[in-house]
Each structure stands twice: as structure tokens, then as C-alpha cells.
Write a protein that binds this ligand. Structure first.
Ligand code: IMP
Ligand code: MG
Length: 194
């Protein structure tokens, strides 16, 4: 597991909203390539189904999959755990799994493991479908906030207890297109607009 380096200034278009860059584009790229290589080795020769959670995995997943040169299937589960902001809401399944995972190797991919409520619910749902094995891969791990007994098998970066956005992660559905992982300015989180 890697710790993020010291903070950096975001590019000008993002400076008003983003306090600092926590993980740069270059570090993301390097780490994602490393994770992809490990996954490729660990799942070689199996019957792999990648199950990604929507919508936060978009960028991570696209980059990760490019580095996994194995025959695999891809499916999505839609789950919404935050009602638009930084406070947890109820968990709602918005897209259900369509592929059959019974007897197959499943790699569950999410953007961030925070309290663990989302992944433990999804893990239970997948285990009930009797895959041959189920592993979890997350870009980010925020262990300080964990409420459920769950750990990921593949972690990009372990981060401190801060709300992050970018590289797929959102705040009120915004900032997913940032090419880096950044820290939101407190005025955004607290709703101050001036
Ligand atoms: P958990 O159920 O508390 O583990 O939360 C997992 C989900 O909450 C993730 O898939 C994210 O969508 C969202 N989340 C948790 N922490 C953050 C964050 O710092 N920034 C953006 N989204 C977050
Ligand atoms: Mg989210």
C-alpha cells in the first residue's frame, strides 16, 4: 500500500474548488499499472468477471482494464450510497448484475473503501451467487472511517480521513472528470458560494 505524497497546487481551472492535489495524474497512472499487473498474474487461467460499481469507478476501471491482458467479462452494479453530498445516506441499488458469476472468479472494483457499508453489502450479494472466488480492488482506502469488518485485496492508495474528489470520485456528482485526486476546498463542502 502506498501513501499519497505531499500536496500540490491544482491547475488554474480547479483552484477555486480544489484545495490541493492529493494524488497526481502520474502517480495514479503508475500505481494503476502496478495493480493491473498483479491482477493479471493472480487471475491468469481463470474465468474472470470484473464487477465494477457505478459511477465512481469510471476512470480507474478504464485505466485498470487497459493493463489487464486476460480474457474477461465486465459487468456493473449501480449503487448509490451518498445522496448527493458528503454525508452517508441509505444504500440504493440502481443497476443490477446481469452476468452469471456462479463458479467464476470475480473481481469487485470500487473507487473508495470508506465506512465499508457499500462493499460489505455488495460482497454479501455477490457471495450469495456462489462465485469460485471473490476479490476486492479499490483505488482508495480510508481506513480511519471503517465501520464494517471488510478489507480490500488490492488497494491503490491508503488515504487520510479527508473527502476527496476526482479521477471518478464526485461531490454532488461533480469533479469526476478531474485527472487527479484532490482535496475539496472547505467552503465547497460547507456550501459557502462566495
Ligand atoms: P462506504 O460505503 O462508506 O465505504 O462508501 C463508499 C462510497 O462512498 C464510495 O463508493 C464513494 O462513492 C463514496 N465516498 C466515500 N468517501 C468518499 C470521498 O472521500 N469522496 C467521494 N466519494 C466518497
Ligand atoms: Mg460516489
Amino acid at each position: 500500500m502506498k501513501k499519497p505524497a505531499q500536496s500540490q497546487q491544482p491547475p488554474p481551472p480547479w483552484r477555486g474548488d480544489i484545495r490541493s492535489i492529493l494524488i497526481s495524474r502520474a502517480r495514479l497512472a503508475r500505481r494503476v499499472r502496478t495493480l493491473a499487473r498483479r491482477i493479471e498474474i493472480d487471475f491468469a487461467g481463470g474465468d474472470l468477471v470484473i464487477v465494477a460499481l457505478l459511477n465512481g469507478t469510471v476512470m480507474f476501471l478504464a485505466d485498470l482494464l487497459r493493463g489487464v491482458s486476460l480474457p474477461l467479462r465486465l459487468d456493473f452494479i449501480g449503487v448509490s450510497s451518498y445522496r448527493g453530498g458528503a454525508e452517508p445516506g441509505g444504500l440504493v441499488f440502481t443497476t443490477e448484475l446481469r452476468l452469471d458469476v456462479r463458479g467464476r472468479d470475480v473481481l469487485l472494483v470500487d473507487d473508495i473503501l470508506d465506512t465499508g457499508r457499500t462493499l460489505s453489502r455488495v460482497q454479501a450479494k455477490l457471495l450469495a451467487l456462489q462465485p469460485r472466488r471473490l476479490k476486492i480492488c479499490v483505488l482508495l482506502d480510508k481506513p480511519a472511517r471503517r465501520l464494517e469488518n471488510i478489507a480490500a485485496d488490492y488497494v491503490g492508495f491508503t488515504i487520510p480521513d479527508e473527502f476527496v474528489v476526482g479521477y471518478g470520485l464526485d461531490y454532488g456528482e461533480k469533479y469526476r472528470n478531474l485527472p487527479f485526486v484532490g482535496l475539496l476546498h472547505p467552503k465547497i463542502i460547507h456550501g459557502v458560494t462566495s
